[in-house]
Design a binder for this molecule. Structure first.
Ligand code: PEP
Ligand code: MG
Length: 888
């Protein structure tokens, strides 16, 4: 008989941390904690295989499950000396979801299960607290009816409001046991009226209802959206963990809290967390009561005047600190733990690797190497490459003037400016229209994740460091200020107010998620610091990395940024970008529109000095590092003068009338410019263009070599070739110019001529092309476009639907399509190397900065990747991780 259910508790477990795929993160960690002797309330986990079975067999359970659940439940009863449904000593359980990857708040949970009209009396006696028991029962009815029976949540709120009004009180805490009893009667009547049948009293029916609801919640809209945003496959499924309840709300010797073994914002090695006396878990995260700090240090730092757990419950605090040390040493990573104290006994409910900011992630990895917990290689594997992005972007200039509107908690670091919107839906609409927005809410809930995702920053007026907004924003790397309580939001009027200042929808504000400040207007920023822990980590990254990382850059500013971020050369200098400058574009247009070679040469002569200066600057900044310069490759429409004024300007510059310019523009019009007269086709039809560019490159190389004493070795790259013939023609042009330049300079330099591989035909003919080409650079933007027959400029219109319908998994222009485009690259690598074993191979499409694509480049043995300057550190880390994985 297949095994579907795995028990834990009492210092032993059938599962372990290694069984995460089967038991989900939560189930695996509870099992592991049990195993290593951490006190965990006993329970059992129904495996993810049951979820898969459930969905592939018309929402039915596999054979044997019922029996295995019953046996596991009996085991829990025996361990605790309680019975499920017992009138005197009733066992209560929680039923929770738990997928392989954490999906906080996305799926359903039911607490206090096992309460009914009879067992509630048993609980009241056992706890000597009738009020607590009735409160628990009404919470259960509310949650179960919402999650399992589908009764609208707000109906319960309405009842509760009425009862409070009748009792003349405003707070839940002011209601008596008798009041709660009345609430229960009304809840049950309301549920019966809504559903036409009573609220289930049979505890077995309750537990199976909850299990079904949790499996069902795997397919709710929130979970589906979350999976899409985080790339979690549907096939993983969720596990269901059933665990005995412990109560943090049975009196003043009870508490509940969440803790991080290190500070999740800064990474500092300081125990960090929040708790509430006499409360249930959700009270801490819901932001309804203000949580208190665990440590005196935390309390002092955050300026709280509420007592810390360290002061209120010193011996339990010491026990918690011990468990913190055990768990962190065991998992060798920062943990996010949940605990409950029931009548003086500490229970751990959950531990998992804690979500953290990238700054914290880097600091923790580096510290753990110093502490001897991790090796350098393990530390390198600990940081998510994509996340580094956050560290590379500017932070607020501390010297810049600012008008602080309010201060909240520094929930997720980074600076963000944007226009205020008050709903997640508005955030999505505005962002679609290209607006940068700050999502501003009283508090956020799982429905808001789509809006949070597209926002520059998130601001809430309620909730703590572990509120939904804070946790989710940190995970997304979005700056967040939480709990800015001075701000009053008026959703109806679409505005917020702090004292006399009113901020309306659409007004610009700035958040500093590292200090908690909310500022009016846009505050200037400064460049990030790349030393310290970041520097140490990147040092280790470079030790293990085998692929080089270059940058795509053409301006001096980009080249300098690239150097600062550790680029080892320029892999793609797109020369056409150099001609958009107002001083040059007229000559450029003049050249394109000229009717004959003489006209073109006249315009090119004007461009030559500019172009030479460009390369002198680049070679100087790059200080002898390799620079690949690609000759002109624009689809011509990018340069055509389309307005009357532009046409008049070009006419004046080239001494012809406007009519002639108009006629030339019309003649050059192409239906399909991306597949038109571009790339080396320009060089083949008008060799004088490439001649001028080759001259500019080589003259610049000669000059910089002379002035610096270091020989520059330029790499000249021909775009969009289909085969060897075009390359040979273009190489002949370059070689002729080189001879002239070197003769005039009285010196020679080494230079290389290579090609982009960005058409399928070029990939197929790589063996022949490599006879001439000294290097290949895969232009995967065009290669994706031409292999898939999908316009890189227009694919956005339908790709999202393709993704939703599962035709493609990710955007192939962002993450390389390994099966198709990748296959062509592999083939070109093999064929190219067979002809010329020393051929240098790189990639310079957008994929060069995408971690998954970088890993692919490592696997097929490319020499380097080249990406935009800001992605250079990401590519370095991704390359290091790929090298480590390959070495395993
Ligand atoms: C490419 O096609 O991948 C490439 C790098 O060239 P461009 O994006 O300039 O067409
Ligand atoms: Mg291209």
């Amino acid at each position: 008989m297949a095994k579907w259910v795995y028990t834990f508790g009492d210092g032993k477990a059938e599962g372990s941390a290694a069984m995460r795929n089967l038991l989900g993160g939560k189930g695996a960690n509870l099992a592991e904690m049990s195993r290593i002797g951490v006190p965990v309330p006993p329970g059992f986990t129904i495996s993810t295989e049951v979820c898969t079975h459930y969905y592939t067999n018309g929402n039915t359970y596999p054979e044997g499950l019922k029996e295995q659940v019953a046996a596991a439940l009996a085991g829990v009863e025996a361990a605790l000396g309680m019975r499920f449904g017992d009138p005197v000593n009733p066992l209560l359980v929680s039923v929770r979801s738990g997928a392989r990857a954490s999906m906080p708040g996305m799926m359903d949970t039911v607490l206090n299960l096992g309460l009914n009209d009879v067992t509630v009396e048993g609980l009241a006696k056992r706890a000597s607290d009738a009020r607590f028991a009735y409160d628990s029962y009404r919470r259960f009815i509310q949650m179960y009816s919402d999650v399992v029976l589908g009764v609208e949540h707000h109906l319960f709120e309405d009842v509760l409001e009425e009862v409070k009004r009748d009792a003349g009180v405003t707070q839940d805490t002011e209601l008596t046991a008798e009041n709660w009893k009345g609430v229960i009667q009304r809840y049950k009547a309301m549920v019966a009226a809504e559903l036409g049948k009573p609220f289930p009293q049979d505890v077995k029916e309750q537990i199976w209802g909850a299990i079904g609801a949790v499996f069902g919640s795997w397919m709710n809209q929130r979970a589906i959206t979350y999976r899409r945003l985080h790339g979690i496959p549907e096939s993983w499924g969720t596990a269901v963990t059933v665990q005995s309840m412990v109560f943090g709300n049975m009196g003043e010797d009870c508490a509940t809290g969440v803790a991080f073994t290190r500070d999740p914002s800064t990474g500092e090695n300081a125990f960090y967390g929040e708790y509430l006396v006499n409360a249930q878990g959700e009270d801490v995260v819901a932001g309804i009561r203000t949580p208190q700090h665990l440590t005196i240090n935390g309390k002092t730092r955050h300026g709280s005047d509420l007592p810390a757990m360290e002061e209120v419950m010193p011996s339990l605090f010491t026990e918690l600190v011990n468990i913190r040390n055990i768990l962190e040493m065991h998992y060798k990573d920062m943990q996010d733990m949940e605990f409950t104290i029931q009548q003086g006994k500490l229970w751990m409910l959950q531990t998992r690797n804690g979500k953290r900011t990238v700054a914290a992630s880097v600091k923790i990895a580096v510290d753990m190497v110093a502490e001897g917990v991790l090796t350098k290689e393990q530390a390198v594997m600990r940081v998510e490459p994509q996340q580094l992005d956050q560290l590379l972007h500017p932070t607020l200039d501390p010297k810049a003037p600012r008008t602080v509107l309010a201060k909240g908690l520094p929930a997720s670091p980074g600076a963000a400016s944007g226009r205020v919107v008050f709903t997640a839906a508005d955030a999505e609409t505005w962002a679609k229209n290209g607006e940068k927005v700050i999502l501003t809410r009283i508090e956020t809930s799982p429905e808001d994740i789509g809006g949070m995702h597209v926002s520059q920053g998130v601001l809430t007026t309620r909730g703590g460091m572990t509120s939904h907004a804070a946790v989710v924003a940190r995970g997304m790397g979005t700056p967040c200020v939480a709990g800015a309580g001075e701000i009053r939001i008026d959703y109806k009027a679409k505005q917020m107010r702090v004292r006399d200042t009113v901020v309306k929808e659409g007004d610009t504000i700035t958040l500093d998620g590292s200090t908690g400040e909310v500022m009016l207007g846009k505050v200037p920023t400064i460049r990030p610091e790349l030393t310290g822990d970041f520097g140490s980590l990147m040092g280790w990254v470079d030790e293990v990395r085998t692929m080089k990382v270059r940058a795509n850059a053409e301006t001096p500013l980009d080249a300098e940024t690239a150097r600062r971020f550790g680029a080892e050369g320029i892999g793609l200098c797109r020369t056409e970008h150099m001609f958009f400058d107002p001083a040059r574009i007229i000559s450029m247009r003049e050249m394109i529109l000229a009717r004959n070679e003489a006209g073109r040469r006249a315009a090119l002569a004007k461009l030559l000095p500019y172009q030479r200066k460009d390369f002198i600057d680049l070679f100087t900044i790059m200080k002898g590092l390799p620079v690949t310069v690609r000759l002109l490759d624009p689809p011509l429409h990018e340069f055509l003068p389309n307005t009357e004024a532009e046409q008049a300007e070009v006419a004046a510059a080239s001494g012809v009338d406007v009519g002639a310019v108009k006629a030339a523009v019309a003649a050059l019009h192409e239906t399909n410019p991306m597949l038109g007269h571009r790339g080396c086709r320009l060089g083949v039809t008008y060799p004088e263009i490439y001649e001028m560019q080759a001259r500019a490159i080589l003259e610049a190389a000669v000059e910089v070599s002379k002035t610096t004493g270091n020989a520059v070795v330029p790499e000249i790259m021909i775009p969009l070739v289909m085969g060897k013939i075009e390359l040979d023609m273009m190489k002949a042009v370059i070689d002729t110019v080189a001879k002239e330049v070197f003769a005039a300079a009285g010196m020679t330099l080494t230079y290389q001529v290579g090609t982009m591989i960005e058409l399928p035909r070029a990939a197929l003919r790589a063996a022949e092309i490599a006879e001439t080409a000294e290097f290949f650079s895969f232009g995967t933007n065009d290669l994706t476009q031409t292999t898939m027959g999908m316009s890189r400029d227009d694919a956005g219109n339908f790709l999202e639907i393709y993704r939703q319908k599962g035709v493609v998994e990710t955007d192939p222009f962002a993450t390389l399509d390994q099966e198709g485009v990748g296959e062509l690259i592999k083939l070109a690598v093999e064929r190219g190397r067979a002809t010329r074993p020393t051929i240098k191979l790189g990639i310079c499409g957008e994929h060069g900065g995408d971690p998954a694509s970088v890993a692919f480049c490592q696997s097929i043995g490319l020499d380097y990747v080249s990406c935009s300057p800001y992605r250079v550190p990401i590519a370095r880390l991704a390359a290091a991780q790929a090298a480590l994985k390959q070495a395993k």
